[in-house]
Design a protein around this ligand. Structure first.
Ligand code: FHN
Length: 495
């Protein structure tokens, strides 16, 4: 019997070893020439600055703003900037829209001032969407703003106005171009191949042109790079990326530009992020830091369900409120990302009232609570039911989105990493207006306690003024690491 058990154990040990060996072989890195060119985050000044932004503004604007999702009496429920490809609108009608493009109300300075008031630190602007219409006077096609009744360079106006307000500018550029004869989503024949080569050169020329014309831009924001034809050009696209970076040192490019040698996008076949930050979280937020995978990342978000360009009719989908967006922004920041809110101005150049109201309301909230959003990272605290937390040095910002019904915010403190030390709150205050208010807790102290598992907590009783708050509010804490024996002195430290 004993012998049988020993043999069985030996067999298990053998299977275990083989499994481990197989796993370690699998873990071997796949040699890639065009995968990630760096492991871990970029550490240069440009990228460190990008990390501090917190909030950005996206603007989708082009000739699709003229129909605004409606044509010939019909409402097209899909994304308004795609109307050219929905069955119903004749392509010829769409391709002639530019002859009517005359946004007489467009005022770049007004937009930039509004973005600043909202608290945006960067702009992403659609220089060219999938329809191929260029918002700048490109030398490489006639399908540009220069040939509209408006004539003027919109990209220049925006780059100048936003830069003047201290808002960094990034240029959105679609790889898909429905207007170019050489464009293909798939290359099948020799003719396709030859024409696609011309399209590649055209794309390269336009990108170099954009970087040359607008030297202030900080980065390029690519879209439509999911085409099989583009994915197959990994080596060429990689070289183009290098060329663009050499034209503008510090240039920031997200993970939507190029695929690796095996066709993988965003992260390469070894699981490493391609280029500077992860763009996968469009209209979605990661659940936790694990999903973020230690990468820089950004979430671009629409206000209605899925409309980027101007759509006249927002009645058929849920329209996010400023509170929805504030919660998403707080969550994004607690997970080390940047949050970007999309605006879709109309064909005349007006920003719709709903968007302006949101900009105002977010701006008001940020003017009080901006410390919790700008230049912060995820905090030492674990995720807790009341909301989200961020940190800068020893300051921790709690964005309380779910105000507890008992008006008591219980903060679970992190475990100190230093032997014999413990974290306590040295000071806490509510950011209720421009002048932070010290916590007075209705005369009751906020109390510290430890549970039987050794976890420590602070219970913060909300003062009357905060109890009345109908929006998310922020509590600023200052954490101190102290010796356990000194704990008694800190029991009432936040009063
Ligand atoms: O197809 C586009 C869409 O119209 C919009 O521009 C968004 C913005 O991120 N990008 C594509 C969809 O992922």
């Amino acid at each position: 019997m004993k012998r049988k058990i020993s043999l069985l154990l030996l067999l298990f040990a053998f299977i275990f070893t083989i499994q481990n060996f197989a796993q370690s072989v699998n873990k071997e890195r796949i040699p890639l020439e065009h995968g990630a060119h760096r492991l871990g985050k970029r550490t240069d000044a440009a990228m460190q600055h990008w990390r501090k932004y917190g909030l950005g503004q996206f603007i989708h604007w082009g000739v699709y703003a003229i129909p605004g999702g409606q044509w010939d009496g019909k409402n097209y429920m899909g994304a308004a900037e795609w109307i050219r490809s929905w069955s119903g609108m004749p392509k010829q009608d769409y391709d002639n829209l530019y002859k009517q493009f005359n946004p007489v109300d467009f005022d770049a300075v007004k937009w930039a001032k509004q973005a600043k008031q909202m608290g945006a630190k960067y702009l992403i602007f659609t220089t060219k969407h999938h329809d191929g219409f260029c918002m700048w006077p490109s030398n490489y096609t006639d399908y540009t703003v220069a040939n509209t009744p408006y004539k003027k360079d919109i990209v220049k106006a925006l780059v100048d106005a936003y830069t003047a307000e201290g808002i960094d500018v990034y240029l959105y550029f679609s790889i898909i171009d429905w207007n170019q004869p050489g464009y293909r989503s798939v290359v099948k024949t020799e003719t396709d191949k030859a024409e696609y080569e011309q399209f590649k050169q055209f794309t390269r020329n336009q990108l170099i042109e954009l970087l040359t014309n607008y030297p202030q831009v900080k980065g390029l924001w690519f879209d439509g790079s999911w085409d099989k034809a583009w994915i197959e050009q990994a080596a060429w696209v990689d070289a183009l990326g290098e060329e663009l970076r050499s034209i503008r040192p510090g240039l920031i490019i997200g993970s939507r530009f190029r695929a690796d040698d095996t066709g993988k996008r965003h992260v390469d076949a070894n699981g490493d992020l391609i280029d500077d930050y992860d763009q996968r979280f469009e209209r979605n937020l990661p659940a936790n830091l694990k999903e973020v995978g230690g990468n820089d990342w950004e979430c671009v978000m629409t206000i209605p369900e899925n409309q980027w360009g101007y759509h006249r009719d927002w009645s058929w989908s849920y329209v996010k409120t400023s509170d929805d967006l504030i919660e998403m922004m707080a969550k994004t920041r607690s997970l080390d990302g940047n949050f970007v809110i999309n605006f879709g101005p109309d064909g005349k150049g007006n920003i719709r009232k709903e968007e302006s109201d949101i900009a105002k309301s977010i701006g008001k909230w940020l003017s009080i609570n901006g410390n919790a959003v700008y230049d912060v990272q995820h905090s030492l605290l674990e995720k807790q039911d009341w909301g989200y937390s961020t940190q800068k040095d020893h300051k921790i910002y709690l964005t309380v989105f779910n105000k507890p019904a008992n008006n008591l915010v219980r903060v679970k403190l992190p475990k100190s990493k230093t032997e014999g030390m413990i974290y306590v709150i040295g000071k806490a205050q509510f950011l209720l207006n421009q002048q932070p208010a010290r916590i007075k807790g209705n005369g009751k102290p906020a109390t510290y306690f430890r549970d039987k598992f050794g976890n420590s907590y602070y219970d913060i009783i909300l003062p009357k003024a905060v109890q009345k708050c109908t929006q998310a509010f922020v509590i600023e804490l200052e954490l101190k690491e102290i010796d356990k024996k000194d704990l008694d002195n800190y029991q009432q430290a936040i009063i």
